[in-house]
Every structure is written in C-alpha cells, then in structure tokens.
Design a protein around this ligand. Structure first.
Ligand code: ZN
Length: 321
C-alpha cells in the first residue's frame, strides 16, 4: 500500500444556520461559525448540500465526495471488491445545537423511500447527547396504541396526547430507527450519525410560522411510515456516559452503521479493520499515533490504516459501516 493511503483524513466542517440554531458551536466548540442561529455542523459529510473539504495532507482541498470517487481504495473499494455497491459516501456526522425545538419528524425505511421517493434511501440515525439542561427531554415515539388511534390523533391534531417525551441527560445514546417519531428539543447539543439521505416527513411543527406561513407537513406519508405501537421508551435510550475506559465500546450495530464510544484516560490501541473509521473528538485532547487531536476535530482513518494508538484525556465517538 502506498504511504499516502495511510494518512489520516482531517475534514473541515460545513455550518448551517437554522431558525432553531444557537451560538454554542462558536462558544463551547472551537469553530468559526457564520453567525447567530448556527444549528448544524456537518462534520463528516459528502452530501451535495455540504461537502466537507480535507484540511491538510496529500488531499488538501479535495472534498469528501471527490475522494470517494477518485480514491475508492481509501474506503475499502466498494466498487471493486465485490461488496455491496455504494454509490456515495454512506454516512453523515453532524453536531446539532438546538436553541429551540425542532419540528417533529419521521423517516421512511429503504423500502418505502424506494417506492415513494424515486428510489431514494430511507434514513436511520442515532444521537449522542453532548450537553443538555436539567430535566431535558427528547421526543422519541408516540402514545397511540394502534394505527386507528394514530391516524385519529394526527388528523385531529391531538398533539399533547400523541407526542411521547422521554427524559435524557448528557452521555445518553439514542437509536432512531425508520418509523420512529422524533424531535430534538431546545437546549440540547448532540452528535448525530446518520445514513447519508434526506428523506424526512414532518409530522408537526408546533403550529409555528416561518416567513408568515406554516411549514409543509407530510401527514399521509407520516401515517404510512410511523411504527405503531412505538418501541417502549426504556428501550430507546442507553446510558453511555460512563463506559469502560481505554477501549472501544460498541453503542450500536445496525445494517447501516456501527458506532462506538472511546473514553481515553491513559492509552488504547487497536487495529483499524473497517472499510474506514470516522472519529470525532467530543471532549479533551490527546494524540493519535503521535499527532495532536482535540475537541472539535473530525477525521477518517482510511482502509488498511493499521494500528491506531490513542493517548491522552479525551472522549471520541467513532463510526463505520
Ligand atoms: Zn431525523
């Protein structure tokens, strides 16, 4: 393997201003944000609406989508290795700063999106809570017991009955399967790992106006795709704040991604054996194979990177397919 292929791929995030966004990506995080109301940091993205650029090294200035096209060996050669064909970089990592509540949404699965959204992919995503206030909640699931009640609650706008709010705290991890009603509430910062897809159905937007008009709702599609009854709340949230130190702790393995938490207090080493490994430093700082990394850094260890040695005092969320 040529030496260039073993380089760590550091990426510059892309920022998105949103009506619900805050300023904390510029105050609590070391980013130069475009201004107030910066809701999203697209940290590892090859999406056309925010394609991250390589920060340093042999690929400086190239976008992640360009690398995916031009250097498939970095990502495990999905085209050539006889593996499942992937036509795009499959994951998207974001940090979200919600100053106010986001609209209540649901995503379809691949089968529904394939039929109803021009062959698009569905969307599965997961959240790691970076920070939140006391008594914070997320909307995860709903209270309808069957499809009939679900349909009635949505059509009649019985939102207080319908919406299920689940208490969360810093360090919680939540998997959002397709069909799960969900919304981020104001005051929460989280790191999201998701399938690189866009298909979102808005169930309810708290009757808010945007430029004087309510935002479009997708009532029929929502009724079609929402899972009834919802998974019990206790099964949705996992406490990942205090995992065993200095090892990779698997938080989720689903058909679209695997996500790990690594709490480094001393040192840890492992072999990078995945097609690629995304790493996001969410607290502290340290070294990766002698190179300094710190909170706010996001990078990819390419295919065949080999041994990874981490040391320092830091928390990392890692993801692969
Ligand atoms: Zn979502």
């Amino acid at each position: 393997m040529d030496q260039k292929e073993k380089e760590i791929i550091f990426l510059n995030p892309v920022f998105k201003q949103m009506i619900w966004g805050g300023e904390r990506l510029g105050t609590d995080w070391p980013y130069e944000i475009p201004g107030p109301g910066t809701g999203e940091c697209w940290a590892v993205s090859a999406h056309q609406n925010g394609d991250c650029m390589v920060r340093e090294g042999a690929y400086t200035g190239k976008t992640l989508s360009q690398l995916w096209e031009e250097e498939p060996a970095l990502f495990g050669n999905f085209e050539n290795a006889g593996k499942e064909k992937l036509d795009r970089f499959p994951l998207l990592t974001k940090i979200i700063d919600a100053k106010s509540d986001l609209s209540i949404q649901v995503h379809p699965d691949d089968a529904y999106a394939g039929v109803h959204e021009n062959g698009s992919l569905g969307k599965t995503e997961c959240w790691y809570i970076l920070d939140c206030g006391e008594n914070a909640t997320l909307v995860i699931g709903h209270n309808a017991k069957d499809k009939e009640e679900l349909t009635a609650m949505i059509r009649e706008g019985r939102w207080n009955e319908f919406i299920r709010e689940v208490p969360v705290k810093k360090g919680d991890f939540i998997q959002i399967d397709p069909g799960t009603v969900h919304a981020i509430k104001g005051g929460i910062m989280l790191l999201e790992t998701q399938q690189n897809s866009d298909i979102t159905y808005r169930v309810y937007d708290y009757d808010r106006l945007s430029d004087g008009k309510p935002r479009q709702l997708h009532v029929e599609q929502s009724i079609d795709v929402i899972t009834v009854p919802a998974k019990p709340a206790a099964e949705c949230v996992k406490d990942a704040a205090d995992m065993p130190k200095n090892q990779k702790n698997l938080l989720i393995s689903c058909p679209y991604y695997k996500v790990w938490k690594i709490d480094v207090t001393d040192q840890v080493s492992f072999a990078q054996e995945h097609p690629f490994l995304i790493m996001s430093v969410i607290a502290g700082d340290g070294l990766i194979n002698g190179q300094l990394i710190k909170k706010g850094d996001h990078f990819i260890l390419p295919c065949g990177y080999g041994e990874v040695a981490l040391q320092g005092q830091m928390e990392i969320i890692a993801a692969s397919i």
